[in-house]
Design a protein around this ligand. Structure first.
Ligand code: MLT
Length: 321
């Protein structure tokens, strides 16, 4: 047999053996935002049951910055061996339209593993902020557009997109204060350093229930069971303003298919785990349905969302500098 064929056969055998033994050590899931925020919360919820399913520790590494693109870039360039993964949200689909010099291609550089959940957003403010309803908030920020501060987790973050849609809907441009994640932004909001923000229920439910922040509306079509008194944006006066923050798990593009299959199986187990479902319901959302926890479903959602957001972002004139 010619040497080149032998080498190829040997490489194939090595990959098969590698995939068979996988995993033989800890697996890192990179969260592209600061610890303590919504994406971190979702990731830590699935990391534990995934660890049990894979028989190896699954650790979470927070790499915040640039609206989530720094952490995503790190995984796009990581070894395709199944030991470095990315859990990211809708930001994966908006980054190509916002960052002219993006260092990764969300479709070409990643292998999708599956959808994890979709989280509604809430519009909230520091608790001593003057407006008490969404309509009053709209009037107030229009009247004080030069001084009101809006917190977000950087260009392309969910909190940025929600703010962009809100500002477009009421036709104002506000002073935005960027953070490495809405975890640290929430601390400053509670401390009164910033006026308002839009953030995922996985990060706001506790503060809203505890009265630590003022809440105006939720961006879901229906009210949430865990926040029954909070009106929807439609009920509160912004009928065309709905937003769900979908989250997906990814590996570097060249990760062997056998390894991806094991990761998908482990993710399926984690997302279907009753403790995950219970906790995620307390935080205002639900795990993805089994047919969504597939590479195909995530690949389709990503492609559809890239196409959806491009014209919206262009219309809003949003661009990372
Ligand atoms: C976070 O985890 O901090 C958020 O997902 C940030 C955001 O996208 O708004």
């Amino acid at each position: 047999m010619r040497p080149i064929v032998l080498a190829a056969a040997a490489a194939l055998a090595a990959t098969a053996a590698f995939a068979q033994d996988y995993p033989t050590g800890p697996i890192t899931i990179v969260v592209p935002f600061a610890a303590g925020g919504p994406t971190d919360t979702v990731t830590r919820l699935v990391a534990d049951p995934m660890s049990k399913a894979l028989g190896q520790q699954v650790v979470v590494q927070n790499v915040g910055g640039a609206g989530g693109t720094l952490g995503a870039t790190q995984v796009a360039k990581a070894d395709a061996d199944g030991y470095t993964l990315l859990l990211h949200h809708i930001g994966m689909s908006t980054a190509p339209s916002l960052y002219p010099d993006l260092a990764f291609d969300p479709v070409k550089d990643f292998a999708p593993i599956g959808i994890v959940t979709s989280v509604p957003m809430t519009i909230i403010a520091r608790k001593d902020f003057e407006p008490n309803t969404l309509t009053e908030l709209v009037d107030y920020v229009k009247a004080h557009a030069d001084t009101v501060t809006y917190a977000n987790a950087g260009i392309g973050a969910a909190s940025h997109l929600c703010g962009m849609l809100f500002m477009s809907a009421i036709d104002v441009e506000l002073v935005t204060v960027p953070y490495q994640g809405t975890g640290p932004a929430m601390t400053d909001l509670i401390g009164g350093q910033v006026d308002f923000m839009c953030d995922q229920t996985t990060n706001t439910t506790g503060q809203i229930k505890g009265g630590e922040v003022k809440a105006y509306a939720v961006t879901s079509p229906e009210r949430l069971a865990n926040l029954p008194d909070l009106p929807t944006t439609a009920e509160a006066g912004l009928p065309d303003f709905q937003l769900g923050i979908w989250h997906g798990l990814y590996a570097p593009a060249a990760t062997p298919p056998e390894v991806l299959a094991k990761l998908n199986e482990a993710l399926k187990v984690a997302v279907a785990d009753p403790t995950v479902a219970e906790r995620i319901a307390e935080l205002g959302t639900a795990p993805a349905a089994p047919e969504e926890v597939t590479p195909e479903a995530l690949a389709k959602l990503l492609a559809d969302q890239i196409a959806l957001w491009k014209p919206l972002i262009e219309a809003a004139g949003a661009k990372a500098q």
